[in-house]
Design a protein. Structure first.
Length: 252
C-alpha cells in the first residue's frame, strides 16, 4: 500500500471526491480541501469507514493566504506531503461582454493562482518526498474556442501551461507534474448551474463522439495512474480524457 500524503482540492464532490476515494483506497492519506465542511466531513467519514485515512481541510482557495494555510495544516497533521491534485475550479459561462471584473478575478484566483502557490507552498515537502507528484485538472475548454467560455477556457489553458513549465523546472528535483483534460463530466459544476440537470447532461452527451458524458470515477482513474509510483517516467504531459470531445460533435 502507498503511504504517501496527498492534498486534493475541490475534494468534497465530483472528480475531487472520486479521486480522493481512489487515492485513499490505494493507501494514501488524503487531505480533502473545499469551501464547505459538511461534504468534506461526510467523505472523510466514508473513507475512514472503508479503512482509509483522510482529513477535512475547509478553505476558500480564492483567499490569498489559503495555499500556505492548507499546507501548514496538513504538515501539522501528517508530517509530510507528497502529492497535490489541483482540482478545484470556478466555472461560470457568460458571453464575453457580460463577464464582470469580480468574476474574472475569482476565476484567476481559484483556477490558476491557488494551484500555482499551493505547489510553491508545498515545495520543500515535495522536494523531500521520494515520489512527489502534482496533477492538475484542466478541461477540454482549454483547447476549444466557443462563445461564453473565454474566461473559464483561458484559466484552464493557463493551468496547462503551468503544468508544462513546472514539469520542466522541477524535473531536477524529481518532482513530476502532469495534467488531465476532461471533457464534460456528470458533476455539480454542470448540473448545479442549470434548472434541468438531466437535460443539460443529455445535451452535453450529444456533443461527445462516444455518445455520453463521463463519470467522475473515469477521470479519477487516470489521476491515480499519474500519481502511481509506476508512472515514474511520466511528466509534462496533458492527457485528454473526453470521449473524443476535442474531435468535435458527431455527425448527425
Amino acid at each position: 500500500m502507498d503511504n504517501r500524503v496527498a492534498i486534493v482540492t475541490g475534494g468534497g464532490s465530483g472528480i475531487g471526491a472520486a479521486s480522493a476515494r481512489l487515492l485513499a483506497a490505494q493507501g494514501l492519506t488524503v487531505a480533502l480541501v473545499g469551501r464547505r465542511l459538511e461534504p468534506l466531513d461526510a467523505l472523510r467519514t466514508e473513507i475512514e469507514a472503508a479503512g482509509g485515512r483522510a482529513l477535512a481541510v475547509p478553505s476558500d482557495l480564492a483567499e490569498q493566504g489559503a495555499p500556505w494555510e492548507i499546507v501548514d495544516h496538513v504538515l501539522a497533521q501528517t508530517g509530510c506531503l507528497d502529492v497535490i491534485v489541483n482540482n478545484a475550479a470556478s466555472f461560470k459561462l457568460h458571453p464575453f461582454e457580460e463577464v464582470t471584473l469580480d468574476e474574472f478575478d475569482d476565476h484567476l484566483a481559484v483556477n490558476v493562482r491557488a494551484a500555482y502557490f499551493l505547489v510553491q507552498a508545498a515545495l520543500p515537502s515535495l522536494r523531500a518526498s521520494p515520489a512527489a507528484v502534482v496533477v492538475n485538472v484542466s478541461s477540454a475548454a482549454a483547447a476549444m474556442y466557443r462563445r461564453r467560455q473565454t474566461l473559464y477556457g483561458l484559466t484552464k489553458a493557463a493551468l496547462e501551461h503551468l503544468t508544462m513549465n513546472l514539469a520542466a523546472e522541477l524535473a531536477p528535483d524529481r518532482i513530476r507534474v502532469a495534467c488531465v483534460r476532461p471533457g464534460p463530466v456528470a458533476t455539480e459544476i454542470h448540473t448545479g448551474a442549470v434548472a434541468d440537470p438531466e437535460a443539460r447532461l443529455a445535451e452535453l452527451g450529444r456533443l461527445v463522439p462516444l455518445g455520453r458524458v463521463g463519470e467522475p470515477e473515469e477521470i479519477a482513474r487516470w489521476i491515480w495512474h499519474l500519481v502511481d509510483r509506476d508512472a515514474v517516467w511520466v511528466t509534462g504531459t496533458v492527457l485528454s480524457i473526453d470521449g473524443g470531445r476535442l474531435l468535435g460533435p458527431p455527425e448527425a
